[in-house]
Design a binder for this molecule. Structure first.
Ligand code: N01
Length: 510
């Protein structure tokens, strides 16, 4: 039987603690979390943030209609619940404000080096030499990568896009100087972003064009507001709030978590039924046909919206399904020869999801390059540790649970696990720790095997799939994720003691 690491605080005296310096890369939801948790253990840390404020994806995305389609109370740190959420699903701005507030209240902001992108990390002398774009160099004992998944905009090549006379930008690079009211607006893409944009922009545009390459399944969900009475109850009764979080979690988990990992499950059939029923509400049969996906529901990430179908049926709106041929000065020319004249063109074309810490150059033990290790795609044991990269941990790393889950909760499970590994360093049990090659291989084999049953491989293209067509996600049950991240199985890790630790052992009185 494999042994389970014990909680170190219970078994090792405080005097045995080794002072550690940690680097956290990214000051988004996961980076703020890591900083709070490390500071609670008196571990010194510096947070490196390439932007000028905290919030990560909630700082970068500011597009009209931005809402988190995961319920707000579930998308909240368990140690900093927020009775003030206005509705079931919160706006992007409200979420950004929440993370800013938490970072301030927990004293994290002074630990952050803003506008300083990490460009190089090199493992040497039992720790990491870090270099930033500004030339700052520092040595750290551990590194926690919290750079997010949906971070680097995917900007496809559209022929002659540079000739467009109007304004063009990616959804995650919104240009707030551009006037929208009364304008002819085009949006390329039909993912979660485009669906939210459609609901927000149709009422404002003089004419709205949605350029669809693939129809999406849309799950309706009403964004119920919380009343002042609800909020007062959540403020005065934390138990009631926890009960609500638990209900919100189990509602999603019961249906969605099973549906995605088992394409033959009744849960998936039920999701499909609800989506179809909602689609039936589209009155024009031709529009309904165009909006009907030809693949299984949840194969791509489910779009959650109860306003998208209403918006796309508005007299101002047009769903364009003829492929985009090129961009012209006046607008978008499609393969059927039609020119769709536009003032504003938004690329809601998603993200490059295989970057993680990159483009930073990362070299581990013996000079191995992370780019080479990941030549076939990013991989990490339990999404957390990579063989050959000691004391280097990911939050929401490669193949972590993604989709319609709360990534806040996912990151909380992962940080607690990482802290147990860090405790081994802190209390002098070892100086270096990383997953073994064998555990990494076994995990990957099992993960790829489990992928065969998932809905993600049932015949659609999506950002869940890596370049080999394997889901770049957690392909097991969510329960297994919770279980496996409870505590490290130390036989899956390679540990090394430092020379000074070995000396101390020799010199220790018998
Ligand atoms: O991006 P996407 P997104 N020509 O990758 C199309 C999270 N999120 O920004 O399907 C024409 O889903 C592409 O077409 P196709 C969430 O996890 C969360 O919308 O490949 N079209 C597709 O329609 C989500 O999944 C919230 O045929 C092109 C679209 O662009 C993730 O972010 C809100 C094209 C890209 O869809 C990404 O969502 C918003 C081309 N050359 C986002 N290239 C929450 O509420 C691409 N497309 C939590």
């Amino acid at each position: 039987m494999t042994e389970i690491a014990k909680p170190r605080d219970d078994v090792v005296k405080k005097s045995a603690r080794k002072p550690l310096q940690a680097a956290i890369i990214g000051a988004g939801m996961a980076g703020i979390l890591a900083a709070i948790k490390l500071r609670q253990r008196d571990i010194d840390c510096v947070v490196f943030e390439k932007g000028d404020s905290v919030g990560g994806t909630w700082r970068e995305n500011t597009y009209p209609g931005l809402t988190c389609d995961v319920s707000a109370h579930w998308y909240t740190y368990s140690f900093a619940r927020n009775p003030e959420w206005d509705s079931l699903m919160a706006s992007g701005q409200a979420i950004r404000t929440y993370f800013e507030r938490v970072a301030n209240e927990f004293g994290i902001v002074p630990l952050i080096r803003f506008n300083d992108e990490v460009v190089k990390l090199h493992y040497t002398d039992g720790g990491w030499d870090l270099l930033t774009a500004s030339g700052h160099q520092q040595h750290f004992d551990i590194v926690i990568v919290a750079t997010g998944v949906l971070h680097h905009p995917n900007i496809p090549h559209f022929e002659r896009i540079e000739t467009f006379r109007g304004s063009v930008f990616h959804s995650a690079r919104w240009d707030h100087q551009v006037e929208l009211d009364g304008k002819r607006i085009g949006v390329i893409g039909t993912g979660s972003t485009a669906a939210q944009l459609t609901s927000a922009l149709v009422p404002r545009a003089s004419r709205y064009h949605l350029f669809q390459r693939t129809a999406q399944w849309v799950l309706p969900r009403e964004n119920t507001p919380y009343t002042e009475k609800d909020k007062a109850r959540f403020r005065s009764d934390p138990g009631a709030l926890e009960q609500l979080v638990s209900e919100l979690r189990s509602k999603t988990m019961k249906g969605y978590a099973t549906a995605v990992i088992d394409a033959n499950s009744p849960e998936l059939a039920e999701i499909e039924r609800i989506c179809r029923e909602s689609l039936e509400g589209v009155r024009d049969p031709d529009l309904r046909r165009k909006l009907t996906p030809s693949y299984r529901a949840a194969c791509k990430r489910l779009v959650i919206s109860d306003s998208f179908y209403g918006a796309i049926q508005h007299p101002n709106a047009a769903l364009v399904t003829s492929p985009i041929q090129r961009i012209e000065p006046e607008g978008v020319r499609t393969a059927d020869g039609v020119l769709h004249e536009l003032d504003v063109l938004v690329l809601a074309t998603g993200f490059k999801v295989d970057r993680f810490i990159r483009p930073a150059q990362v070299t581990g033990r013996g000079g191995i390059d992370l780019d080479d290790v990941w030549a076939d795609g990013p991989k990490a044991y339990l999404s957390i540790s990579v063989p050959g990269f000691p004391n280097f941990f990911f939050l929401n790393g490669p193949n972590s649970p993604v989709g319609n889950f709360s990534l806040v909760e996912v990151a909380q499970h992962q940080i607690e696990y990482i802290l147990k590994l860090v405790d081994g360093i802190r209390f002098g049990e070892y100086a270096e720790v990383n997953a073994t090659e064998a555990s990494m291989q076994r995990f990957e084999q099992e993960r790829c095997e489990a992928a065969r049953k998932t809905v993600w491989v049932t015949g659609c293209d999506s950002w869940y799939l890596d370049k080999n067509g394997v889901p770049a996600s957690w392909t097991f049950s969510y329960d297994r994720f919770v279980d496996e991240t409870r505590a490290p199985q130390m036989s899956d890790f390679e540990v090394k003691t430092s020379c000074s630790q070995a000396d101390a052992l020799i010199a220790a009185p018998q």
